[in-house]
Design a protein around this ligand. Structure first.
Ligand SMILES: NC(=O)c1ccc[n+]([C@@H]2O[C@H](COP(=O)([O-])OP(=O)(O)OC[C@H]3O[C@@H](n4cnc5c(N)ncnc54)[C@H](O)[C@@H]3O)[C@@H](O)[C@H]2O)c1
Length: 355
């Protein structure tokens, strides 16, 4: 099948795309390139890369037609993708995470293109009991609200002829060619390696559903390849645990590691654990546990595959703030600036494939 992956140059997309290629799919990526896109260019068979702002593509009917030409399934990952980045510019978050998602969903439905959307378990916000997909959503942040609004809108658009899949993913962890060190298990992995300590912000008693990035990619491919899925919305996670429960896993990996508690002025009230019966009934079984995922990151750090895990580049909110402060907020300008900034020295240039 021909698959368009929006936001495909990001943490999840960079793991998902090779898995799509292995299964014989053809891949086109649309990504503004906030975190670089060069790593996609080495993939074989070649991935078609469109470096553009999704909002600009949606505003231009001819460009949108070209972008969606020949596409069988859209996997929509493009987003301002965590709470602190989403708070930097709530209007941008609304535009990218909700409005662009809405317009893309409408464009897919009109053309009969199937779609898989990457939502988040953070839509449940604060939920004292285990929550399933029909449970109450309680978004506590701009990011979570943008995901709930998108989920609701997509469910409204769905009908017998257009049955998208909305995956409410747990907090991801694990190695990706476009690494993120602003996700709890990934942060613990580098801190335990560099400092022999894990830093727990607050009391660490908040529950979180966790999911290895490979397992998330595999779940997405399941929905690409199985249009007959029973429901529209699925919680996707391998296990629920509290942040404090991670400590023993990291101590088992590195016996020199100790925990450090850091007091927060504004404690994190997000606390949710999700039921995954629906996912399991589809036959989706996550394979990678937390220890294995942490060890692969630690090995990548120790062997120098991730040269500088403390670089601001691996932290979405800090990096986006830096880009914004460089003063180029308009989308075309940002894309142009990133072309210059992110291309590695001596690389042949970004050579856009126009849609
Ligand atoms: N990482 C997680 O723990 C997690 C958990 C649940 C859900 N999700 C969701 O999964 C998706 C992917 O997450 P990720 O961790 O890969 O995030 P990421 O930030 O690494 O990737 C997002 C990509 O979207 C691109 N993008 C942002 N704005 C764009 C725009 N206007 N036009 C085109 N491209 C744009 C960025 O350049 C980036 O490459 C997001 O929708 C995120 O909300 C992630």
């Amino acid at each position: 099948m021909n698959i368009l992956v929006t936001g495909g140059a990001g943490y999840l997309g960079s793991v998902l795309i090779p898995k799509l290629l292995i299964r014989g799919h053809k891949v086109r990526v649309l990504d503004i390139g906030y975190f670089g896109i060069e790593h996609l260019r080495a993939m074989r068979p070649a991935v078609e890369v469109v470096r553009q702002d999704l909002r600009a593509m949606l505003a231009d009917p001819a460009a949108l037609d070209e972008l969606l030409k020949g596409i069988h399934v859209v996997i929509h990952l493009a987003a301002i993708s965590n709470d602190p980045s989403a708070e930097l510019n709530p209007r941008l978050t609304e535009e990218v995470n909700f409005e662009a998602t809405r317009d893309l969903a409408i464009a897919c439905k009109r053309r009969g293109i199937r779609a898989v959307f990457s939502s988040s378990c953070s839509v449940y916000g604060e939920s004292p009991d285990e929550v399933d997909e029909d449970g109450q959503t309680k978004p506590l942040t701009t990011y979570a609200k943008s995901k709930v609004d998108s989920d609701n809108l997509i469910v409204e658009l769905a009908d017998a002829n257009w049955r998208p899949a909305i995956l409410r993913n747990g907090t991801l962890f694990g190695y990706s060619p476009r690494m993120r060190f602003d996700l709890v298990i990934n942060i613990f992995s580098y801190c335990s390696t560099l400092y022999n300590e894990v830093r727990v912000f607050g009391d660490g008693l908040q529950w979180r559903p966790m999911l290895h990035v490979d397992d998330c990619a595999r779940a997405m491919i399941y929905f690409v390849e199985n249009p007959g899925h029973k429901h529209l919305v699925y919680n996707i996670a391998s296990e629920n645990l509290r942040v404090v429960d991670l400590i023993s896993i990291f101590k088992a990996i590195n016996p020199s590691c100790r925990e450090v508690y850091i007091k927060l002025e504004n404690p994190d009230t997000r606390n949710y654990h999700v039921n995954t019966a629906r996912m399991r009934a589809e036959g989706i079984t996550p394979r990678v546990d937390i220890r294995t995922g942490a060890e692969e990151i630690i090995e990548a750090i120790v062997t120098g595959r991730i040269a500088d895990p403390e670089a601001v580049y691996y932290r979405n909110a800090k990096w986006l703030k830096e880009l914004t402060e460089l003063g180029n907020k308009d989308s075309a300008g940002t894309v142009g600036m990133l072309d210059i900034m992110v291309a590695p020295i001596g690389s042949p240039g970004t050579g856009l494939t126009k849609p």
